[in-house]
Design a protein around this ligand. Structure first.
Ligand code: ZN
Length: 293
């Protein structure tokens, strides 16, 4: 027993000294965390953008490009999330895989981005099950020796995603149909709303750089009043001031802050993707059904 522990120790010390595992680079923290769950210990997974970074309009540095050129595989979200990525990936000679492949895209319906797919597909645990399938395939090709492990890790992770999805749907089922509405600042929740049977309403569409217009706020107020919506929400990355106007005008509760584009640091509220999607699902169900406090 002692000998076993010793050799295990020696092996891991050697491993950290010269880490020759294949390197998988993702474009943002959410993908890195999902990928790490699928990869287990077999691959080294890192994110190009850091926790809290603005991911849509990120500008890669020369250091990012140097790092990427040494990676064995790059994973990007696709659906126009990473507007910077096309040029980035062309500058390095590394294969890349689009993890949203197979997701049924929802288009943005308003403003400058009308007709373009909404990139926030990972905001539905159902879609992320597809992300996992794509990662399992990509990793099996990269490291065929561990294909069975990737498959097992993926299946285990998909079961956890299914549980979040089931709890969300069950939690919302008690609500009258008109109150099954998700009113947020940005239109980042189209996929979650679709897969959870919620009507989506937002003050402004995704990626809009302008402030909320008075008309946008008025139409959110009208929606909340017409449907007697119990609570409204706002994403962590934007100002909730316009939504507070909706709260004041309608008497709906402010249901809380939702996380979308980035994980938090390890000691924050959403250090993993499962934490993020569980946090959002629980916040939404609790605020809409009044079961939180
Ligand atoms: Zn976003």
């Amino acid at each position: 027993m002692v000998a076993g522990a010793m050799s295990g120790c020696a092996a891991s010390a050697q491993g950290s000294g010269s880490d020759d595992r294949p390197v998988v680079l993702t474009t943002f923290t959410v993908l890195a965390d999902v990928a790490q769950n699928v990869a287990g210990d077999h691959l080294r997974v890192e994110s190009i953008t850091k926790v809290g970074a603005e991911i849509h309009g990120y500008e890669p540095t020369p250091r990012d490009i140097a790092k990427a050129s040494e990676a064995d595989l790059i994973l990007d979200n696709g659906l126009n999330l990473e507007s910077w990525f096309g040029q980035f990936v062309e500058s390095v000679d590394v294969p890349h895989v689009v993890v949203s492949d197979g997701v049924e895209p929802l288009d943005i319906t308003e403003d400058a981005y009308a007709g373009k797919p909404n990139p926030h597909a990972w905001m539905s645990p159902v879609n992320v099950q597809l992300y996992v399938d794509n990662m399992v395939d990509a990793f099996a090709e990269l490291d065929p020796e561990h294909a069975a492990d990737f498959e097992a890790n993926g299946a285990e992770y998909q079961a956890k995603l299914q549980k979040v999805q089931d709890e969300l749907v069950t939690g919302l089922s008690a609500l009258p149909e008109n109150q099954r509405a998700l009113v947020t600042c940005e239109g980042a929740f189209s996929y979650l709303a679709r897969d959870a049977g919620l009507t989506e309403q937002y003050i402004w569409p995704v990626n809009a750089e302008q402030q909320a217009t008075p008309q946008q706020i008025t139409s959110a107020i009208e929606f909340v009043e017409t449907n007697d919506v119990p609570a409204v929400f706002c994403e962590s990355t934007v100002s909730d001031k316009p939504m507070q106007q909706v709260v004041e005008a309608t008497g709906a509760a402010f249901g809380g802050t939702l996380y979308v584009d980035s994980l938090s640091a390890a000691d924050g509220p959403v250090p993993t993707y499962l934490d993020l999607i569980r946090y959002d699902a629980t916040t939404i169900v609790d605020a809409l059904t009044g079961s939180g406090s």
